[in-house]
Design a binder for this molecule. Structure first.
Ligand SMILES: *[C@@H]1O[C@H](CO)[C@@H](O)[C@H](O)[C@H]1NC(C)=O
Ligand SMILES: *[C@@H]1O[C@H](CO)[C@@H](O)[C@H](O)[C@H]1NC(C)=O
Ligand SMILES: *[C@@H]1O[C@H](CO)[C@@H](O)[C@H](O)[C@H]1NC(C)=O
Length: 629
């Protein structure tokens, strides 16, 4: 820049002019305040929309969004045709070597998993061909895992796929096969507690009951079995769900802060008390998800599930959310060794791609639950932590009392989804890694926790006005970024390459990539989808589009789409698999995100954890009586 020095003679009048205009500005501000009152932080921060890339990008027309949805449909056809050509009837395609592989019984997992996506995309010919695979699969013989059927994966992919396709098509064959599958697998429940074993070998009738039993693996069948009970009218399926609900309601969760820990004793049907581990990601994710979804699916009458959901989210908000040091990225981590006396346990500060479903869950809860009027559904929020099985947790509820819970849950959703997005946008490939290790120590705060006492300083007086993080916000303001609370969509993409690391340049992105692979996973775009539907904020769609473009650019092969070994490069080393969930979930959520109309309103459909939608229903009086709901 060229600067023209002022001559001494010119300087004096200029200074006068500056003083005069400053005085004028101050007068205008004072006048504004006297008329409108002192500008409150609340409005200034709430109304401000953080700057981001979408502010700069031109608006996209409705036609263009529909065209983008068509692009996803093309991607789906490309992937499915590759599977049919090279892999069927095995479970999945190896899209580099063009052969099939089976890890989930060898019944054709990709075909089962993709049925409802085909129906949504109106892919009649593909659907007809997939039905042939569905018809001939023999559920009594499995060709993998030494003949053992892994219960969890089989339920969420196969049973979920069948039931959802049935809900969308009403093709009877799908329901018949769903029932047959559930009945074949029913012996998994022959355990002392009535909780399902990890796997079952149908030929010799053997069970594999692991110790410890992993939460997500034995407790992610409620949505599928409840819907199956509804459409078949058979009580036996719902009884399985009731057993699980009872185990959860009788568990002493004092040592895990009221949240369901990851390790259980499957024979006793109780948490393993020894060293509690709590996670929102691997080993636990879908169980937390199903607490809310089961409540929504059955027309909001199973209050126990809602209470468990509120306990879980309250613990997450007050104990498991942290902020990164520089960019203030909000993230959720797991914790080991939690106990009655030390409820926050030892956090690992690992943030998993799997945990990126959590923002979507928070957004769904904020959208569907009367969080600021829980009395209307018979829940006394403050009392949730004071029952004997949850002793030691009541102060978590006290901390949140008086806050606008709906807003709080939504902020958590948006902040977390923003971090998930940045883990994509920060990479050369534009795709997010499987795991990052966050750096700690947000702005000198004592723990770096979102709900750190030094960050939360309720304003005196009316507690409902006190959701401002005054102390942190003051610092925040100085730093020039905006947002109502720390971690609310802050930070811009930072590319910090291997060369930067070798050159010793500081890591300004706040994390190290711990597992650099990209497994074509859905969680991030799933959350974008739910956030788009519940907030109508276009940024989530724009980001989803950027993800889709990166998937096309980085992962497409002649026969399908492939996992990557290291998202930090582009082009980068590839794996050799195309998981069935890429077709069931990732492409489905992207397709629904771009489509202008909303074929599956979130108050009428519930997605199982493999993205298979089933419709919300109410029990009839007769069913309530017969099933003792
Ligand atoms: C499925 O496999 C079992 C065990 O080999 C066999 O007895 C049964 O006849 C098969 N069912 C069909 C329909 O082929
Ligand atoms: C949890 O406690 C056990 C036993 O006291 C200890 O060996 C382990 O290192 C602890 N884990 C963490 C993450 O602190
Ligand atoms: C639950 O566990 C806590 C901590 O281990 C214990 O202090 C409490 O007595 C237990 N509550 C019940 C009702 O068993």
């Amino acid at each position: 820049m060229i600067s023209f020095p002022l001559s001494p003679r010119q300087r004096v009048p200029l200074r006068k002019a500056v003083y005069a205009s400053l005085t004028l500005v101050v007068c205008v501000i004072l006048l504004h305040i006297s008329r409108n009152g002192y500008p409150s932080f609340k409005h200034r921060f709430e109304d401000s929309v953080p700057e981001d890339e979408s502010a700069a990008s031109p608006p996209v027309s409705a036609e263009e969004w529909n065209r983008r949805a068509e692009r996803v449909k093309e991607a789906f056809r490309h992937a499915y045709h590759g599977y049919e050509k090279y892999a069927q009837p095995k479970d999945e395609l190896r899209p580099v070597t063009n052969v099939g592989m089976s890890g989930y019984n060898g019944w054709g997992a990709t075909a089962f998993d993709a049925l409802d996506t085909m129906l949504l995309m109106d892919l009649g010919p593909e659907y007809k061909r997939a039905l042939e695979v569905v018809k001939v699969a023999n559920f009594s013989v499995t060709y993998e895992n030494r003949g053992f059927v892994p219960y969890f994966e089989t339920i969420i992919r196969y049973l979920g796929g069948l039931l959802s396709a049935y809900a969308l098509s009403k093709d009877e064959i799908l329901l018949r096969r769903a029932e047959e599958l559930a009945d074949t697998l029913d012996p998994v429940f022959n355990t002392p507690s009535g909780l399902p074993a990890f796997s079952y070998e149908p030929v010799r009738g053997l069970l594999h009951i692991p110790d410890p039993g992993v939460l997500a693996e034995f407790a992610s069948f409620q949505v599928e079995y409840t819907y199956l009970a509804k459409v078949t009218g058979k009580k036996k399926y719902y009884d399985r769900v009731k057993t699980l609900n009872r185990v959860f309601q009788e568990a002493n969760l004092s040592d895990s802060g009221g949240m369901l820990p990851t390790e259980w004793n499957l024979r006793e049907g109780a948490p393993r008390q020894a060293k509690n581990r709590i996670s929102v990601g691997a080993q636990a994710d879908s169980t937390h998800e199903y607490l809310l979804k089961q409540y929504l699916l059955t027309g909001k009458i199973e209050k126990g599930n809602l209470e468990a959901y509120l306990r879980t989210t309250t613990y997450i908000l007050t104990n498991l959310l942290y902020l990164s040091p520089k960019r203030g990225l909000l993230y959720a981590t797991d914790a080991a060794n939690t106990s009655f006396t030390h409820p926050a346990g030892t956090p690992s500060h690992i943030f998993e791609h799997l945990s990126c479903f959590l923002p979507g869950l928070f957004a769904l809860g904020a959208h569907t639950l009367p969080l600021n009027d829980l009395q209307s559904v018979g829940i006394d929020f403050a009392k949730l932590g004071s029952e004997p099985l949850y002793s030691g947790t009541s102060n978590f509820y006290r901390k949140l009392q008086g806050y606008d819970l709906k807003k709080l849950h939504l902020w958590a959703a948006e902040g977390l989804a923003h971090t998930c997005w940045l883990t994509y946008a920060d990479q050369k490939s534009g795709l997010g890694p499987e795991e990052v290790m966050m750096l700690t120590g947000f702005r000198g705060a004592t723990t770096g926790r979102w709900w750190d006492p030094r960050m939360v300083q309720p304003r005196g007086g009316n507690p409902s006005e006190s959701y401002l993080w005054i102390d942190a916000m003051a610092k925040w303001k100085k730093s020039g970024s905006r947002g109502p609370v720390p971690g609310w969509m802050t930070g811009k993409p930072v590319v910090w390459t291997e060369e930067d690391r070798l050159a010793g340049r500081p890591n300004t992105r706040d994390y190290h990539v711990r597992k650099p692979g990209y497994l074509l996973r859905p969680e991030t775009v799933e959350s974008f989808y739910i956030l788009w539907r519940t907030t109508r904020d276009e940024r989530w769609r724009n980001r989803g589009w950027a993800v889709f473009e990166a998937v096309e650019r980085e992962t497409k092969t002649e026969s399908g789409y492939v996992t990557l070994k290291d998202v930090r490069g582009s082009p980068t080393k590839r794996g050799n698999s195309m998981p069935s969930f890429f077709l069931a979930e990732t492409l489905k959520y992207l397709y629904l995100l771009f489509r202008e109309d909303d074929p599956l309103p979130l108050d009428k459909w519930v997605f199982n954890t493999e993205a298979h939608p089933v419709p919300v229903f109410s029990w009839t009086a007769e069913e309530r009586e017969r099933f003792s709901v």
